[in-house]
Write a protein that binds this ligand. Structure first.
Ligand SMILES: NC(=O)c1ccc[n+]([C@@H]2O[C@H](COP(=O)([O-])OP(=O)(O)OC[C@H]3O[C@@H](n4cnc5c(N)ncnc54)[C@H](OP(=O)(O)O)[C@@H]3O)[C@@H](O)[C@H]2O)c1
Length: 315
């Protein structure tokens, strides 16, 4: 027998005796609902009502609580999921229970490996390819997405992106257009093309950057694409809110991926870390779970925002 004690703010203490192999116990308190689901002796979920400050004590420790499948039954598309932050996002969404479409541009093998990793862990995933630098890339991708998930997409993570370090003098028209094609045009038209199948309760997450609000590196053209993302988030959120669709962005600082490979050198690492409150270089796994959170119902009251996920950069 496990003993689970729940104390309310009104001082009432309930002692719930929960069988090792029992399925569920529901305790209804005055004005407060506390729901604990215990399966096979493991604590799965705990919900407090709006006024219910409660503490729960049991012999279960935090690490005994398995990852909650907050995204079970949801479908998700992650662009640029073959590598880096997109890959980590796809894995985090799949871990939370979503069926994931793993988009790639040229990394077919890498995308297949992400699909295999999700499948081996018991999840569902498919790879989809499209060149998002092409004017009709987003349109082609949306057609493939519809072919796999039909008329129901719950989560869109428009993550695929490129960067190029160049001074103002060095920046060419071609580079500028390419940056805006992949980083802004593609997410814009992907949202447009997927609108008919984005469901109420859905979540769109775009990738912004620290560079959009701080002058870091020689990245003015790239930074402008991310500034455009921050603007789109607000307009998309206002337009799609009445349909019950939330739109947000995450703004990472420097993350150790192919895009920010300069952090692999001592000098690059130092330049990244010295502008942060937290003294290490971020990994893609630091960003993916935040994207999964924004996709979940836990973030149901967050929309139109850009969430900084940068270890306290440039405070
Ligand atoms: N890393 C950072 O420090 C950092 C910081 C702030 C924001 N961000 C943003 O986070 C996002 C992901 O960055 P990352 O660091 O993970 O980048 P990354 O490791 O370089 O990966 C980029 C991803 O985008 C895809 N992609 C690029 N161009 C494409 C195209 N034309 N068509 C289709 N797919 C394309 C790539 O797919 P293939 O390889 O399959 O072609 C790859 O999966 C980007 O939007 C980036 O701006 C990154």
């Amino acid at each position: 027998m496990q003993h689970l004690t729940i104390a309310t703010s009104s001082g009432i203490v309930w002692l719930l005796l929960v069988s090792h192999f029992g399925a569920a116990l529901v305790a209804l308190l005055a004005g407060t609902i506390a729901l604990s689901v215990v399966k096979g002796g493991r604590l799965h979920k705990r919900i407090a009502g709006p006024t219910g400050r409660f503490t729960a004590s049991s012999k279960f420790s935090e690490k005994d609580i398995p990852t909650m499948k907050t995204l079970s039954g949801k479908t998700a598309l992650v662009t640029g999921a073959s590598r880096g932050i997109g890959r980590a996002s796809a894995l985090a969404l799949a871990e939370a229970g979503a069926q994931v479409l793993v988009h790639y541009g040229s990394g077919a093998k890498e995308a297949a490996a992400v699909v295999a990793e999700i499948s081996e862990a018991g999840g569902r995933a498919d790879a989809v390819a499209a060149d998002l630098a092409a004017p009709d890339g987003a349109h082609k991708l949306a057609r493939q997405v519809r072919a796999v998930v039909g008329d129901r997409l719950d989560i869109l993570v428009a993550n695929a992106g490129i960067s190029k370090a160049a001074t103002i003098e060095e920046t060419t028209v071609e580079d500028f257009d390419q940056l805006f094609a992949v980083n802004v045009r593609a997410p814009f038209f992907l949202v447009q093309q997927l609108l008919p199948i984005l469901r109420s309760g859905g979540s769109v997450i775009l990738l912004s950057s620290l560079a959009a609000h701080a002058a870091v590196g020689t990245l003015s053209a790239y930074a402008a694409t991310k500034g455009a993302i921050d603007t789109l988030v607000k307009h998309f959120a206002a337009s799609l809110g009445p349909r019950g669709i939330r739109v947000n962005a995450v703004a990472p600082g420097v993350v150790d991926t192919d895009m920010s490979s300069f952090v692999k050198t001592d000098a690059g690492r130092k330049s990244a870390v010295t502008m942060q409150a937290l003294q290490r270089v971020a990994r893609p796994e630091d960003i993916g779970p935040v994207i999964a959170f924004l996709a979940s119902d836990e973030a149901r009251w967050i929309t139109g925002d850009t969430v900084r996920v940068d270890g306290g950069s440039k405070l």
